[in-house]
Structure formats: C-alpha cells, structure tokens
Design a protein around this ligand. Structure first.
Ligand code: ADP
Length: 259
C-alpha cells in the first residue's frame, strides 16, 4: 500500500513548489493493527478474572458472607482469580519487555545436562502429584552459552505444560543430543492429550489456546509459549512442535553450542 504525501515547499514567504513523497504504509498499518489487537486481547483477558472477583465479592456483601461454608468457597475463588490476575500481568509485562528487546542476555557457559537435572527438580512436586515420570537422557559434557534465568524460564514453561496437558500416570521425556550442524538439540515429549493439527501453526501466538477452559483450570495464561519462542530466538535458536491428538506432543529446540 503506497501513500502519496505532498510536502509544500516555501522559501521565506514565497511558495516554491511541492515535493511528492511515496511512502509504504502497509507495514506501519500492520503494526498498528497488531498493537490494537494485543490491547483488545489483554483487556479481554484481564476482564474475566476481574468480573469473577467483583461478582463473588458482591454476592458475599449481599448476604452470602453469613454462611461460613459459602463464604469460604467464594473467598477461595476470589483468591485464585487474583492470583491469575497477578500471573497474567507478570506475563504481559515480561512479553512486552522481551518483544521490545529490553532484555539483555547475561551469557555464561551452561552444562546443559546438569542444568536440566536442576530444572526438572523444580517441577518434581507437580509431576509427582500426577504420578508422571520425567526421564532425562543427555551427554554429560555438552556446554552452551546462555542466560541461565532465561533458559530456566524456557524449560520450566515447556515442562510444566507437558505435565499439565498429560493425564495422571503419563510420561515426560527429555532427550538432549548434538546435531550434525553442531547444535544442541533438546526434545521434550509427553504422552498427553496432544494438539490438533489445525491448531499447531498458531500455538506460539499470544493468548492462543486449544481449549480455553482447560488452560484456565490448569492456571495457564496463554502467554507461556510466546514467551518461550521469543527467548529461544534471543538465544539464536529455533523451536518446533510435533503432535498427535491422544498420543502426545514433542517440542524440539535447537540452540547453538559453546565451542
Ligand atoms: P497456557 O498458559 O494456556 O498453557 P501456553 O502459551 O503455554 O499457554 O500454551 C498455549 C496452548 O498450547 C495451551 O493452551 C494448550 O492448548 C497448548 N499446549 C501447550 N503445550 C502443550 C502440551 N505439551 N500438550 C498439549 N497441548 C499443549
């Protein structure tokens, strides 16, 4: 899309001509549209928990507070919904920081096998609660240069999704290897519900969820995978996904090794 922009030239008080400038505005329009879509999505996502907090508080004030059991149940919902708001706002701020590249990476050598053992340990309790086994296979002496906090964020997000979207008694497997192109390849597979093929291309978009109700009940914000993708790209890596509904999902990351 091209716009013709007239610029009137004057010399002192005298009119001396018109300069016509051709300007491609489609990129600017696209950015504007993306920005306003994002604001609309954010507002919508924030409204849901606020409406719940408001509604339950109103019912309590309207008299429900007198029944102790009801009061407790409603207060618990109010508490959970405020937690969700907190998480949402945290993720929104995080995403906006990463997208505007205001995240300087603090790089250091990371032994990826050791790092993964420590990361899996963080999620041990939630895996254990669902009787899910998390297995790791990795070469011992493989190093990459990465920002440890950001790398942790990537794997915690992917592993906690794998655990959330896998039924009780399932399996999560992490396989690390060195590719022929000298990249670290990290595969995170689960035996979970899987993702329908038509949803796969959109899975990294902000707020995109296959099943909104399920994501909400597992505490998801719908921003995790967008954050992960940005962080992987900041590390000059790639992330792809393969999935079969009812069988499971595999996320595959390739990141540069350290020489
Ligand atoms: P959420 O907070 O909803 O988990 P994410 O951005 O982390 O948001 O993921 C987006 C959507 O991708 C999820 O709502 C879910 O539908 C799907 N998803 C992500 N990881 C998995 C997985 N391991 N198995 C099945 N579905 C998944």
């Amino acid at each position: 899309e091209l716009n013709l922009v007239p610029i009137y030239q004057t010399h002192g008080t005298e009119f001396s001509g018109i300069l016509l400038v051709l300007q491609d505005v489609s990129a600017i329009r696209r950015l504007e549209r993306m920005r306003s879509e994002f604001v609309a999505n954010v507002s919508h996502e924030l409204k849901t928990p606020i409406a719940a907090v408001k509604g339950f508080a109103e019912t309590l004030l309207g008299g429900a507070v007198k029944d102790e059991e009801t009061a407790k149940a409603f207060l618990e919902i109010i508490y959970d919904e405020s937690e969700r708001l907190n998480r949402l706002i945290g993720d929104i701020l995080e995403l906006s920081k990463i997208e505007s590249r205001r995240v300087p990476l603090i790089l250091s050598p990371v032994n990826i096998a050791q790092f993964m053992v420590n990361t899996i340990a963080i999620l041990e309790v939630s895996a254990h609660r669902k009787h899910i086994n998390v297995n790791l296979s990795a070469p011992e002496e493989l190093y990459m240069e990465a920002d440890e906090d950001r790398l942790r964020q990537i794997f915690v997000n992917l592993l906690s999704n794998a655990i959330s979207y896998t039924p009780e008694g399932g399996k999560v497997e992490v396989r690390i290897s060195l590719t022929e192109q000298e990249q670290v390849r990290i595969e995170i597979s689960d035996t979970g519900i899987g993702i329908p093929e038509k949803d796969l291309p959109r899975i990294f978009e902000r707020f995109y969820r296959v099943d909104k109700a399920r994501s909400r009940s597992s505490g998801g914000t719908g921003l995790g995978l967008s954050i992960v993708k940005h962080l992987v790209e900041l590390h000059k890596g790639t992330i792809t996904v393969q999935s079969v509904v009812g069988k499971g999902t595999t996320f595959i990351l390739e990141l540069p090794i350290m020489h």
